[in-house]
Design a protein around this ligand. Structure first.
Ligand SMILES: *[C@@H]1O[C@H](CO)[C@@H](O)[C@H](O)[C@H]1NC(C)=O
Ligand SMILES: *[C@@H]1O[C@H](CO)[C@@H](O)[C@H](O)[C@H]1NC(C)=O
Ligand SMILES: *[C@@H]1O[C@H](CO)[C@@H](O)[C@H](O)[C@H]1NC(C)=O
Ligand SMILES: *[C@@H]1O[C@H](CO)[C@@H](O)[C@H](O)[C@H]1NC(C)=O
Ligand SMILES: *[C@@H]1O[C@H](CO)[C@@H](O)[C@H](O)[C@H]1NC(C)=O
Ligand SMILES: *[C@@H]1O[C@H](CO)[C@@H](O)[C@H](O)[C@H]1NC(C)=O
Length: 352
């Protein structure tokens, strides 16, 4: 996908701003950064001391993660959980994707990419979360943040007193730490979306661990909390990867509805296709599909289009569902982080 080029673009914007002498914004605090409403300014790079000082304790951003040879804490943790990893499931294809041909139709590994399996074959693993237990409820969440240009979108959510689950990419957290902080300040739930956004079943077990571990460390460093949930990029998970996530205390969250919002403009996919995907969720909500079990739809804070779609359909979604809440809230998970001094509301407290 096209994430890395964003910072290059942002750099060009930043340089042009310096030339025309635009007044500098406060790019050192969460509030300062949150007050910028020009996406060009928001997306120009800035330096944040806690991140620049810790850079050597992390893998290079936007590169597939591996445990740093100097990181004895990570190595010790890996060794302590290695025995719980299902090593009899092999690596699938490569981290840039793979076809499922040749994979046994009995789906021995509960490979989501093959057929949407969310109930692990291995008895020690919990089922993935792909919907929510509360009727007429949407478990609301956005992948791929923190997006550098999300202030307008987060302002909108705040104006609706609407919280969501944000699935953050570790490399984006390092690039845009103040944007990551805003999610917690605004009361959103933060989950992990890996370090480099690649196909997890293509990684060796130790590297898959590193993808999750360093994302958790980045969020802890920048935001001060350690998430207990994650979503695999492209949904690509099997029981081997689940066993690694589970050993790290991470619930696996998938979806059953897909807006495909990130595909707009890719291979000529028109906006109307994404509109139709939203509309079909709304129709199902109206015709009683969620009378006993609620829904999760995959949506992104990736770019202006995906966030604009979320804004465009918010009122209709809120008319069609009785409740729109973060995924963890729909499960009454009031302590979504390892740190016990931060809590989220219960479902009863949150719904309105
Ligand atoms: C599964 O759980 C059982 C019982 O807790 C335990 O003995 C066994 O080692 C676990 N297997 C794996 C692969 O973690
Ligand atoms: C891997 O081994 C576990 C027991 O540790 C077993 O339950 C599981 O079925 C095996 N998976 C495959 C794909 O062979
Ligand atoms: C709702 O509509 C969808 C098609 O949009 C259909 O597949 C589904 O069966 C309907 N559900 C109910 C409960 O009527
Ligand atoms: C998308 O971009 C337009 C044009 O710059 C802007 O007016 C709008 O606020 C942006 N929407 C979001 C959700 O960021
Ligand atoms: C959440 O708590 C409410 C109120 O106690 C309860 O009705 C609901 O069943 C709980 N949901 C889950 C998934 O535990
Ligand atoms: C939780 O505790 C940590 C220190 O242990 C502190 O930095 C943080 O501000 C606290 N968070 C809240 C929400 O109280």
């Amino acid at each position: 996908m096209h994430f890395p080029s964003l910072s290059t673009l942002a750099f060009l914007y930043a340089s042009s701003e310096l030339l025309v002498g635009v007044v500098a914004q406060d790019r050192t605090t969460e509030q300062g950064e949150a007050s910028i409403d020009d996406p060009t300014q928001e997306c120009s790079p800035y330096s944040y001391a806690p991140v620049s000082e810790a850079k050597n304790s992390f893998p290079p951003i936007w590169q597939p993660a591996t445990i740093l040879s100097t990181d004895s804490v990570a190595l010790d943790l890996w060794q302590s959980i290695e025995g719980r990893v299902l090593t009899n499931i092999s690596v699938k294809g490569s981290i840039t994707g793979h076809f499922t041909s040749g994979y046994p139709s009995s789906d021995p590994d509960c490979w989501w990419t093959y057929n949407g399996c969310v109930v692990p074959k291995h008895p020690n693993l919990s089922a993935d979360i792909a919907d929510v237990p509360e009727p007429s409820t949407l478990g609301y969440g956005f992948d791929d943040g923190p997006s550098c240009s999300h202030n307008t979108f987060y302002d909108y959510l705040a104006s609706k007193n609407q919280k969501a689950t944000m699935f953050f990419i570790g490399s984006n957290v390092m690039d845009y730490p103040l944007e990551a902080q805003r999610a917690l300040v605004d009361g959103h739930e933060i989950c992990v979306h890996t370090w480099s956004h690649n196909y997890m079943t293509g990684f060796s077990s130790q590297d898959a661990f590193a993808e999750l571990y360093y994302s958790l460390q980045a969020i802890k460093l920048v935001v001060g909390v350690t998430p207990t949930c994650w979503r695999p990029p492209y949904g690509d998970v099997d029981d081997r990867i689940r066993s690694i996530a589970s050993a790290l205390g991470l619930r696996t969250i998938l979806w059953k509805y897909d807006s495909n919002d990130w595909m707009e403009g890719v291979n000529g996919v028109p906006p109307s296709t994404i509109d139709a995907n939203y509309q079909s969720l709304i129709n199902d909500a109206k015709n009683g599909t969620f009378d006993s079990v609620g829904a999760i739809m995959l949506t992104h804070e990736l770019n202006n289009f995906t966030m604009s779609e979320a804004v465009k359909f918010y009122d209709q979604l809120s008319g069609a569902f009785d409740n729109i809440v973060p995924v963890g809230v729909a499960y009454n998970i009031t302590q979504p982080y390892v740190e016990t001094n931060y809590s989220m509301p219960t479902f009863q407290e949150c719904k309105f």
